[in-house]
Every structure is written in C-alpha cells, then in structure tokens.
Design a protein around this ligand. Structure first.
Ligand SMILES: CC(C)(COP(=O)(O)OP(=O)(O)OC[C@H]1O[C@@H](n2cnc3c(N)ncnc32)[C@H](O)[C@@H]1OP(=O)(O)O)[C@@H](O)C(=O)NCCC(=O)NCCS
Length: 173
C-alpha cells in the first residue's frame, strides 16, 4: 500500500469513529498499517477510499499453529454509510482471509453488525479476560471447520493492540 492510500485509510477511520474515538482509532490503524502481517481491505467510490477494514494476527498461546486474526477497525465514511460498503469490505475481507489460509477471525465490536457475516459470541479469552464485561461483544467467525472449538488458554494481540483499554468493555451499553 502506498503512502497516499495509507493516509486515506487512516482518515477513513478517524472520520468514521467520530470526534470521541476517531483520533485513537486512527492512531491504532496507523500503527497496524506499518506491520507487514496486517491485512487491509478497502472500498473505493468516486475515486477515493471510503471504507476500510484491518485484520491483524491473533495468537492463542496453546495453539500457535492455528492461524487467527483480529478484525479492527472497520469503518466507512459517514456520508457513504448505509449503501452496502460495510458489507462489501466485510465480505471481501472474509474471502481474502480464507484465501490466505486463515482458520478463524475474532472481533470485539457491535453485536448487531458482525453476526450478519457469520460471527457468533465466543467464550475464548481476550488478552484481558477480566475486562470483558460485555461478553456479547466478543465474537468469532470460524473459517476452517473445527478450528475454534479446540482453542484454549491465553491470547496475544499485536503490540499496539495489547493496551488494556482496547479490551475494556465496561463503557459499552
Ligand atoms: C458499521 C459500519 C462499518 C457499517 O458500514 P455501512 O457501509 O454503513 O454498512 P452497510 O450499508 O454495508 O450495511 C450492512 C448491514 O449492516 C447494517 N448496519 C450498518 N451499520 C450498523 C450498525 N452500526 N449496527 C448494526 N447494523 C448496522 C445495515 O443495516 C445493513 O443491514 P442489511 O444488510 O440487513 O441492510 C459503518 O456504519 C461505520 O463505519 N460506523 C462507524 C464505525 C463503527 O462503529 N464501526 C464498527 C465498530 S465495531
């Protein structure tokens, strides 16, 4: 991804997540985008980037051979929302993950959005299980049959995502 695209993706997340969260999520996206293992899926409209979703590696310490990803962030510019762009990047992202042999993808997010794409609540650990006060927000999508059930134990996200505040769901409704 070239610098122009990187800047555009960061800007999509800054604007999509609004004044309260936008700057923090934009910084997270920026940190993710410099890592070679990050998978970035964008949608273009009117010659510009209007939606993006990022996937970063997620490891279960007891099962390092199982190839898992975390989905975050997923955002669409407000004036382009409600026109199928979120759906497009989610479906393209999931197909891409399958094509690279991913076994499962996890997300901490809106429990009304992600189940549309097959995500179901999961009891697998986040990196900070004690902060998980909204269990319905932690979801998994199995891409390789039978891969999720056997997962157990501690999980590790990539460094920019290991800050406890990203995993604290006490502020979620
Ligand atoms: C969530 C978001 C990515 C959806 O993008 P979008 O382009 O508006 O989504 P689409 O138009 O493709 O809608 C896809 C489906 O999701 C639904 N949907 C859209 N936003 C939703 C939301 N916030 N909660 C629940 N469902 C939502 C739509 O109604 C649609 O359903 P349908 O297929 O039954 O008609 C976008 O609203 C966004 O960027 N929001 C701000 C950032 C955010 O909250 N990201 C997710 C954080 S976990």
């Amino acid at each position: 991804m070239n610098q122009v695209n990187t800047d555009a993706v960061i800007e999509v997340h800054r604007v999509a997540f609004g004044t309260e969260e936008g700057d923090d999520i934009a910084q997270l996206a920026k940190d993710f985008l410099v890592l070679s293992d990050t998978i970035s899926i964008s949608a273009e409209r009117d010659g510009k980037t209007v939606g993006n979703v990022l996937f970063t590696p997620f490891v279960f310490s007891n099962h390092p051979e199982t190839k898992c990803y975390l989905l975050a962030p997923c955002g669409v510019l407000p004036r382009y929302q409600g026109h199928g762009i979120g759906k497009e990047i989610m479906e393209t992202g999931i197909e891409h993950l399958k094509s690279v042999g991913a076994d499962a993808v996890f997300v901490l997010g809106v429990p009304t959005f992600y189940p549309r794409y097959g995500f179901v609540p999961t009891d697998k650990q986040t990196p900070y299980p004690d902060l998980m006060t909204a269990p319905e927000a932690w979801m998994a999508l199995e891409l390789t049959e039978g891969s999720v059930e056997k997962l157990s134990g501690k999980t590790v996200a990539i460094p920019p995502f290991t800050q406890p505040h990203w995993w604290d769901t006490s502020q979620h409704g």
